[in-house]
Design a protein around this ligand. Structure first.
Ligand SMILES: Nc1nc2c(c(=O)[nH]1)N[C@H]1C(S)=C(S)[C@@H](COP(=O)(O)OP(=O)(O)OC[C@H]3O[C@@H](n4cnc5c(=O)[nH]c(N)nc54)[C@H](O)[C@@H]3O)O[C@H]1N2
Ligand SMILES: Nc1nc2c(c(=O)[nH]1)N[C@H]1C(S)=C(S)[C@@H](COP(=O)(O)OP(=O)(O)OC[C@H]3O[C@@H](n4cnc5c(=O)[nH]c(N)nc54)[C@H](O)[C@@H]3O)O[C@H]1N2
Ligand code: SF4
Ligand SMILES: [Mo]
Length: 762
């Protein structure tokens, strides 16, 4: 069965495609018609018949057409010339050059000399997500970096320690909840994160209409808070104090009721000891919330019949990010709101979920710190080093120094702290290859850029987000438009990755990808199916590439047909035959089966986290910063750093503005529309002031992912309204040391008015 081939186009046709732009993973109906220039997109709307997203979409979904048609989007490999301009080259030339340069660097300096970095879109692309690990293994480098350490690593680490696998992340069961407390997330705009929940707004509205309550704890009264019952403006970075104060209250007021989970818990008594040290009256000032609020939140959580406390990126990208992620789950567990309807629950994905494989109930757990970064000695977590260590690892001479980089779907010059330093470091590399559709702030440093097909030319199945979904489902997306078949047309990214893997393995630039792919699949079958390997190999559907792995994962997964053992079960063919997807029902309890910890229990008191508590005690002794604290924000028509070039999203008023409370603005003699300077020891940026009563006094907000005025990028639309890069104010050494995740929020800054002669750029 041909998988990578788009359907024929005669007249107007509907296609069903999962939107790959954010975690909500909405099902879209995309209509195409054949015009003089071949098939074109006529309309994009939400697929009403999708059982998972039921017709929802946001403006970014519509922008898939702009992305497809964007003249700046690369369709061919590009090579950087000595003067910094790029010229198109053929795939054959590009790979030949890589074959000439990359293995030579590895021979000269060893495997750590080639670094790999991978960014957010990879988790939305099956071709990248499933073939990237092969390249990482072939390189054998310790220098592996990803956007996880700018984002969710604290959550994955806390879950790894507590439940035994990195992707056993529980999500709120909103449809059956009476109370949802949201800490440091804005799903009304972000559409959810580590919680795949298309149309959060609609679901929240329905929940409140049946008497449920939503409480938001956030330094800004966000769009989510405005549509909630209660908002508490926490001090940035205050979450660990709030959560420990709540833990104290639960024990002090005898509200600990883990219920059914009691026999599955390890370390309960240790929590009681910890809690004793953090009475709410001690925590209040540092949390920036009244003592009574801390106590009330704990009581409300304990009293609600069905409730969930959910925390996201605002709680992760902090000094105590991993402690926060751990405490959030602990509070749910202690109040009986875990693994039960209406609380935090574990999804059960149809494919690729490690927590559905094997016997279950017990496992190896997770390990960290098997290696350390060379310069800062940061421990490896999930096989990765902190993204904020990349620049120093390139710059610092000595054994293990990075000389070359393969960057895949990431833009760390804008997305990580101190991008200016990173930019200089990248420019000094001997060799850099980027897999990316744009010449942007990061890829402008690459010697070669290898572009993907557009999402409309590619097929997809969610490997990651089905494991984080509000409801279980299996959905397939076919390609909507044909990818050109010329030698220089975009090629599937799994092929690009496999070609790079072959080059690293010494097989040269022309290896036969089909036989390499066959070999890898056979090896896996040999491992998992033993004697039946040959038979299963013949049964597997999908020609080559990720489709075959998907068929294998579906059929051997928890709903699978077991290669004939359960004929009614799922297979690739069955999922493909359901254009709107297959509903697999609401979430159901999974403890103990989901656990993979060595003890076979939920580990409530991971030792490495307990070791952090003295640092929290010390922080409580320190006076609070008197400076302004800078936080970020997300905006519906934007997505991290890379969608500002799409006209349908870019139009309208300037969005990279500095939000400031009117009282604060008056204190600093700032008026709306005026330019303010934000500065600290790290740097200084200028931004236009926007007054907002929604800000907690003393806190200002700038969105991230802006600053598109750097020379050499090719983003014509984005350059017209470049905005400023707030990450120039962040310190790359400021991390949660447990997870390696950068502190991206609550950063001290000075704010002052700028003389009118200066313009709003840095
Ligand atoms: N201050 C501050 N900084 C932040 C955050 C914050 O909240 N505040 N958020 C952080 C978070 S949560 C994240 S996830 C990171 C994101 O960090 P990154 O992943 O580094 O940033 P993105 O802006 O998502 O960049 C994605 C890159 O992938 C490319 N791309 C898009 N589609 C494809 C594709 O199909 N194939 C390939 N090969 N490339 C593609 C884009 O052109 C772009 O270069 O940023 C982080 N940075
Ligand atoms: N439109 C849009 N959608 C997106 C993205 C985007 O860039 N634009 N990015 C996608 C990505 S990569 C991700 S990871 C998700 C993230 O999804 P969310 O986690 O929902 O991210 P944010 O909208 O940044 O919400 C974080 C909230 O934390 C608050 N906050 C900041 N500091 C603190 C603090 O110290 N404590 C507390 N309690 N709150 C704090 C901020 O004010 C903000 O409202 O969104 C995804 N969806
Ligand atoms: S919310 Fe918007 S960007 Fe996210 S998946 Fe849905 S349509 Fe795409
Ligand atoms: Mo993210």
């Amino acid at each position: 069965m041909a998988i990578d081939v788009a359907p024929r186009h005669d007249g107007e046709q509907s296609h069903y495609r999962i939107c790959p732009l954010c975690e909500a993973s909405c099902g879209l109906e995309i209509r195409t018609a054949t015009g003089p220039r071949g098939p074109q997109v006529v309309s994009i709307r939400g697929d009403e018949q999708d059982p998972f997203s039921a017709g929802y979409l946001c403006p970014k979904g519509v922008a898939l057409k702009d992305l497809h048609e964007d003249p700046d989007r690369l369709r061919q490999p590009m090579r950087r010339l000595p003067d910094g301009r790029f010229e198109p080259v053929s795939w054959a030339e590009a790979f030949a050059e890589i074959d000439r340069r990359l293995p030579q660097i590895r021979r000269a300096f060893g495997p750590d000399a080639v670094a790999l970095s991978i960014g957010n879109p990879a988790s939305h692309k099956i071709g990248l997500f499933s073939y990237f690990p092969g390249l990482a293994r072939a390189l054998g480098t310790r220098n592996l970096f990803s956007a996880s350490t700018l984002d969710q690593m604290p959550k994955q680490l806390a879950c790894g320690w507590m439940y035994g696998h990195w992707l056993s992340v529980p999500v709120p069961d909103l449809p059956r909840s009476d109370l949802l407390i949201i800490l440091g997330a804005n799903p009304a705009v972000s559409n959810g994160s580590l919680w795949t929940v298309p149309d959060y707004r609609g679901k929240a509205k329905a929940m409140r209409a049946r008497g449920g309550r939503i409480v938001v704890i956030d330094p800004r009264r966000t769009e989510t808070a405005q549509a909630a019952d209660e908002h508490h403006a926490i001090r940035p970075g205050g979450d660990v104090f709030l959560l420990l104060g709540m833990l104290h209250t639960l024990w002090e007021e005898d509200l600990v009721r883990p219920g059914r989970l009691a026999p599955h818990l390890q370390g309960l008594e240790q929590l009681r000891t910890i809690a004793a040290d953090f009475p709410p009256e001690r925590c209040a000032a540092h949390a920036g919330l009244p003592e009574a609020t801390i106590r009330q939140l704990a009581r409300d959580l304990a009293a609600a019949p069905r409730a969930a406390l959910y925390g996201r990126i605002g709680t992760c990208t902090q000094r105590f990010g991993t402690l926060n992620s751990w405490l959030i789950d602990v509070l749910n567990i202690l109040t009986g709101h875990f693994d039960s309807p209406g609380g935090l629950m574990f999804p059960k994905a149809a494919a690729f979920a490690a927590n559905t494989l094997g016997r279950g109930g017990q496992g190896k757990g997770v390990t960290v710190g098997r290696r350390h970064s060379r310069v800062s000695r940061a421990p490896e977590v999930m096989g990765e080093l902190p993204m904020s260590c990349l620049a120093e690892e390139i710059e610092t001479p000595g054994d293990g120094q990075i000389h070359a980089l393969i960057s895949v779907a990431c833009n760390p010059v804008l997305s990580s702290p101190n991008g200016a330093r990173l930019s200089r470091a990248l420019q000094g590399l001997d060799f850099m290859v980027s897999l990316d559709p744009y010449i942007n702030e990061t890829t402008r440093h690459a010697h070669l850029i290898l572009p993907p097909p557009s999402p409309l030319e590619d097929w997809h199945y969610d490997m990651v987000f089905a494991q984080l979904s509000w409801r279980n489902h299996a959905r397939w997306s076919g390609p909507v438009l044909p990818v050109g078949d010329g030698a220089d047309s975009p090629q599937a990214e799994w092929q690009t990755l496999l070609r790079l893997t072959a080059i690293v393995n010494g097989l040269g630039p022309d290896a036969d990808l089909q036989s390499l792919d066959d070999l890898a699949l056979r090896a896996e079958l040999q491992r998992s199916a033993g004697d039946r390997a040959d038979e299963l190999f013949r049964m597997i559907d999908g020609q080559a590439g990720p489709a075959r792995w998907l068929d294998l994962a579906l059929r051997s997964g928890p709903y699978g047909d077991g290669f004939g053992a359960r004929p009614e079960g799922l297979s690739l063919a069955k999922v493909r035959a359901a254009p709107h997807g297959i509903d697999l029902g609401e979430l159901s309890p999974r403890i103990p089966e989901v656990l993979r910890t060595p003890s076979g229990r939920i580990e409530l008191a991971p030792p490495a986290l307990l070791e952090e508590l003295p640092t929290v005690q010390a922080a409580l002794q320190r006076p609070l910063d008197s400076e302004w604290l800078l936080i970020g924000r997300r905006e519906t028509r934007s997505n991290n750093s890379w969608m500002h070039n799409l006209p349908v999203l870019a139009k309208g008023k300037e969005r990279c503005t500095l939000l400031i409370h009117p009282d604060d603005a008056a204190r600093a003699s700032l008026a709306a529309g005026q330019t303010a300077r934000l500065s600290n020891a790290r740097g200084s940026v200028l931004a236009v002031v926007e007054l907002s009563e929604a800000m907690r006094p003393g806190v200002v907000s700038l969105p991230h992912g802006w600053g598109h005025d750097l020379a050499g990028a090719r983003l014509q639309v984005a350059a017209q309204q470049p905005g400023v890069n707030m990450n120039l104010l962040l310190d790359e050494d400021d991390r949660d040391p447990v997870s390696g995740t950068s502190v991206l929020s609550g950063v001290p800054v000075r704010v002052s008015a700028v003389e009118s002669a200066q313009t709003a750029s840095h």
